[in-house]
Design a binder for this molecule. Structure first.
Ligand code: FDA
Length: 393
């Protein structure tokens, strides 16, 4: 891997590939290294094999970070439309699924192919199956010892991603490097992840595995309206994945089980129109019947509606709109889509992603403490932060 190189990028995922392409296109000699046997494994498995490659509604408000302003500059300089233009230039057909989420019509392999073609056109040297044994900073160069020999460059970009899905090549190497160079790493935890239930909370729902219903999930000031899916170990579905990034054990997590409905007014109308109908019957008409039945076995009394005085109907409505979900934990990094926390943005430049401590050292993508919502936002951050660093190299 003899250079000379202007920059070495560690991690050939979404962020590292975009960074290498951008720098290569601007005449930099770039070496892109990955310990995995192929590039972009998470891109390949993303979006159910169709890669939700961006979200047209991306704004900084769609990201969690100790510094919510950090992502603004990079996102402003590389917009969803910039990536769409790239996809269009490569004639990859795509469609919007919902809520601004763009997917390939065919396969996420097309996105990886496109990025590799761009690397080739930009003169980027890509080396896979290349574990990095040591990184040193001598004088004005970073010197790496790798399984494929030594290499050196005046700039080093860390794009090693987060901890989710270790079987796909995820490692904590980026955090180790950050600490080695004096950077703080904020505590990490799994995000966009199914939640688990235990004890009686688990017993009450486990036989409903497979039942799905629309809910509004609320926790710590965040709220998401989407589907909930009961699983064998707890709950999942987009509403739960989204809210999981805002939840920690012990936090109050509430579900509106009839989102978008004035439940008290609706129950009062039902009471007037069908006083003999039981609560579980009317609920079973607006949510999965088995779920309504279970609610009425455990949390709500089910009687003919005429037997509810107003003072009893109100708490029924209140519970349906703020049903407490007592989760015990999450499925963890094994199934999480992302890792919250990571390299503290305080010591990074938001315009170039470069370290304020070590000249020439950059951190991009998921390894940084910037985590997007579900729906294409995480790739958009990877593209945008990779692009920002690539321009600065
Ligand atoms: P990424 O993880 O992509 O790449 C890091 C690279 O570094 C990997 O190639 C890895 O092998 C390499 N690496 C790690 N340690 C190393 C070491 N020690 N030495 C050398 N190389 C090393 N997002 C989205 O926007 N839309 C979607 O549809 C999905 N879908 C999705 C599905 C699933 C199952 C998961 C797990 C995740 C998603 N995501 C997603 C999230 C998205 O995949 C993620 O945020 C980005 O891939 C992050 O890009 P990075 O380049 O930062 O890391």
């Amino acid at each position: 891997m003899q250079g000379p190189w202007d920059a070495i990028v560690i991690g050939a995922g979404a962020a590292g590939l975009m960074c290498a392409i951008t720098a290569g296109r601007h005449g930099r000699r770039v070496l892109l290294l990955d310990h995995a046997n192929k590039v972009g494994k998470k891109i390949l498995m993303s979006g159910g094999g169709r890669c939700n490659f961006t979200n047209t509604g991306t704004t900084p408000a769609n990201y969690l970070s100790a510094n919510p302003h950090y992502c603004k500059s990079a996102l402003a300089r590389y917009a969803p439309q910039d990536f769409i233009d790239l996809v269009d230039r490569h004639r990859i057909a795509w469609h919007e699924k919902e809520l601004g989420q763009l997917f390939c019509d065919d396969s996420s392999k097309q996105i990886v192919r496109m990025l590799l073609d761009e690397c080739e056109a930009a003169g980027v040297r890509v080396e896979t199956g290349c574990p990095i044994e040591e990184v040193r900073h001598h004088g004005d160069h970073f010197r790496l010892h790798t399984a494929q020999g030594p290499c050196a460059a005046p700039a080093l970009v860390v794009a090693t991603g987060g901890l989710s899905i270790p079987s796909m090549g995820a490692s904590g190497f980026g955090y180790t490097l950050a600490r080695q160079f004096g950077h703080e790493v904020l505590p990490t935890r799994a995000g966009l992840v199914p939640l688990t239930l235990s004890g009686k909370h688990h017993e009450r729902l486990q036989d409903l595995a497979g039942v799905a219903l629309p809910v509004e999930a609320r926790c710590n000031g965040a709220r998401f309206s989407n589907q909930l899916l009961v699983t064998h170990r707890g709950v999942s579905g987009p509403a739960i994945l989204q809210i999981s990034s805002y939840w920690q054990p012990g936090d109050d997590l509430r579900l509106d089980l009839l989102p978008g409905r004035d439940v008290l007014a609706w129950l009062q109308a039902q009471q007037r129109e069908r006083p003999a109908a039981e609560l579980k019957t009317v609920l079973g008409e607006v949510m999965p019947r088995r779920f309504a039945q279970r609610l009425c076995e455990i949390w709500l009394p089910s009687r003919p509606l005429r037997q509810y005085p107003d003072a009893e109907l109100r708490p029924v409505a209140a519970l349906l709109q703020a049903w407490p979900l007592i989760a015990s934990g999450s499925e963890g990094y094994r199934t999480a889509e992302v890792t919250l926390g990571g390299v503290d943005t305080d010591q990074l430049s938001s315009s170039t992603m470069m370290s304020r401590r070590v000249e020439g050292l950059y951190f991009i993508g998921e390894v940084v403490d910037v985590t997007g919502w579900l729906g294409g936002y995480n790739f958009q951050w990877a593209w945008a932060s990779g692009h920002a660093a690539g321009l600065a190299l």
